[in-house]
Design a protein around this ligand. Structure first.
Ligand code: SAM
Length: 219
């Protein structure tokens, strides 16, 4: 892998990632992560971006046993953990790529599904502008993009102020421990719309702090 910023790494955090997540969020992130999984049970070519420790891959390969999956993540430890989770019953193909998504040469219309859970929130608006354009182009017309992520609170209620503070603490943690560039969640909605994708499904969790979304690319 070339050019991946040495200061960004989820490796030191990879093995404790799921334990810390459950400690802080209980099962809420899991619910958001798997909320739209059934919608891709028949998909053939699937791209998992920033898959992390493989919890989504594990469920996907147990309900969709014959698909072709590309798992792209910059962390070799996360990729190793993901490999261990593939059930023996899976009969499809998986290609594990240790790559930096920001410089990856995505092939045009190569996938019918893209999944990016708790991943786009690692990047600034500037990075996302280029990234979302490239990822959109790798999706077939009519294809689906599944996104589970945090949402920046509106700051109009006491609850939303508390959510805002929790999110700031989370960002300080990920900036210090993993070196992510972002300070806040940038909604991908406008950028995806500009690339011909529209939101077809949205489920909210934790009083709006999290969303699980399906975008469809115009056919
Ligand atoms: C917050 S974790 C999310 C993991 C998982 N998708 C989930 O649902 O929890 C972000 C993941 O993205 C990967 N990542 C971060 N920046 C990346 C980049 N530029 N290229 C590829 N992977 C990256 C990290 O290694 C990590 O596994």
């Amino acid at each position: 892998m070339k050019n991946y910023s040495k200061s960004v790494s989820f490796c030191r955090f990879a093995r404790s990632y799921s334990i810390l997540e459950k400690f802080v969020f209980k099962d809420t992130l899991e619910k958001a992560r798997f909320a739209c999984l059934d919608s891709i049970s028949e998909a053939k070519k699937i791209l998992l971006l920033g898959e992390g420790d493989g919890r989504f891959l594990e469920k996907l390969t147990s309900i969709n046993k014959n698909c072709q999956i590309t798992v792209l993540d910059a962390s070799p430890i996360m990729l190793g953990l993901a490999k261990e989770k593939v059930p023996v019953t899976f009969q499809g193909k998986i290609h594990f790529c240790e790559e930096d998504v920001t410089i990856f040469p995505f092939a045009c219309e190569a996938f019918d599904v893209v999944v990016s859970h708790f991943f786009l929130d690692c990047f600034t608006e500037e990075t996302l502008t280029a990234l979302l354009k490239n990822i959109s182009s790798t999706l077939h017309p009519g294809g689906k993009w599944l996104i589970a992520d945090f949402v920046e609170p509106s700051l109009d209620t006491i609850r939303s102020i508390n959510q805002f503070i929790s999110l700031r603490i989370l960002y300080v943690f990920f900036r210090l421990i993993c070196g992510i560039e972002a300070h806040k969640v940038v909604s991908p909605n406008k950028m995806l719309k500009a690339h011909g994708l529209h939101e077809s499904h949205c489920i909210s969790f934790s009083k709006g702090l999290l969303k699980s979304l399906i975008y469809i690319k115009q056919a």
